[in-house]
Ligand binder design. Sequence first.
Ligand code: 5RP
Length: 232
Amino acid sequence: MDTDTQKLRAAERALDYVEPGMKLGLGTGSTAAKFVDLVGARVKEGLDVLCVPTSEGTRAQAEGLGIPLTTLDETPHLDLTVDGADELDDALRLIKGGGGALLREKIVACASDRMIVIADASKRVEALGRFPLPVEVERFGLRATRALLELRARRASCGGDIRLRENRYGDPFVTDGANHIFDCSFDPIPEPEALADALASVPGVVEHGLFIDIATAAVVAGPDGVEILGKP
Ligand code: 5RP
C-alpha cells in the first residue's frame, strides 16, 4: 500500500468517530485534506456537522465541498479535531507545522474535547526531531528572536541548523497569521517538554510545532493495516 493510500485509510477510519451534530476542527495538510473530502461527501449525504478550519487552505476546500463552517469566536468549544502530523511518538507527542498552519492547528485542537491524529506509518518515530521543528515567529526582530531561540534551545540540549522558511519564490514564507517560520533541525529532541518550555520563553516566538498532551488518539495506517493509539 503506498503512502497516499495509507493516508486515505487513516482518514476513512477517523470518519468512524464523527457523529451527527458534532462540532469539528478540520486539520491542514495532504492527510487532513483527505478527511475533509470524506466529511464533504458525508455532508452531501445529509450529515449534520459544523466545522472550524485550521487554515485558509482548508477553509477554501471545505467551502468548495459545501461543509457548514463556523469560527471559534462563534463556536469556541469543539467536540473533535482531526488533523495530520509531521511526526508522532508513542506518547502521542507531535511535531506539526510542515504545512505552516501550526498556530491555528494548535488553537483549534486545544479548543476541542479530543484531537485525533491521522497519519501514514512513516510519521511514527521513536524520538521526535527528524522532521525539522517549525517555530512560528513574529516578523519584528527576526534576528534577535533567532539568536535567543538558539540559546534557549541549547539549554534544552537541542542544537542544529535554524532556517527561515521560504516560499517558492525564495521570499520568507508568510503564515495565515502573517508571521514567519523558523524550521529547526534539532534531531533528536531528547526532552520535548523541556524544549517546548524553552521555546515558549522566547518573546518573538508566537507558537511552536510541538504538540504535547494535546492529541488524545492517533489513527496510523501502514502497509499491514490501521493501528489505533490512545483513546479515540
Ligand atoms: C500542517 C501540518 C500537517 O498536519 C502536517 O504537515 C502533515 O501534513 P501531511 O498530511 O501533508 O503529511 O501540521 O501545518
